[in-house]
Design a protein around this ligand. Sequence first.
Ligand SMILES: [Zn+2]
Length: 147
Amino acid sequence: MAEPTDKQGHGQPGAGQQLIKFACLDCHSVFKRPVADIGKRNVPRPIEVRRCPACGCDAYLMSSDFRAPPKSDAKAWEVVAALTRAGLPYFRIYEDMPLSAFGHPARRPKAILSAQYRVGPWPETMAEAKEFIARHRDKAMPFVRAD
Ligand SMILES: [Zn+2]
């Protein structure tokens, strides 16, 4: 007898899978689904797009760092939607840091050849979001439809 198939991917993660957060930018639902396990859930990966179980619109894979605003907070969700649709759904991203930040060359530790810092904090207004997206476009991840 055939195993019942689970077309929506509900349930516990199987071998080589992990549960990861998805957010619907239309109805503001957040749910978890098993996806291929490729390591840390806050590190950039292709953004899987799945059908939202609540409204049937597109739901996007999010970083585990993403904290959903209240469903009724339309302004906050507008920012979430802008970042996510730009390919930046709260994954941890890093930028090179000028060595001058460590002070005069004669005083900085000689072992430091390059440095990076974690980009943050995440924007909270649309004006901040637009600036952030323009600046970090090069770190945007591609979208993949998973169902
Ligand atoms: Zn939805």
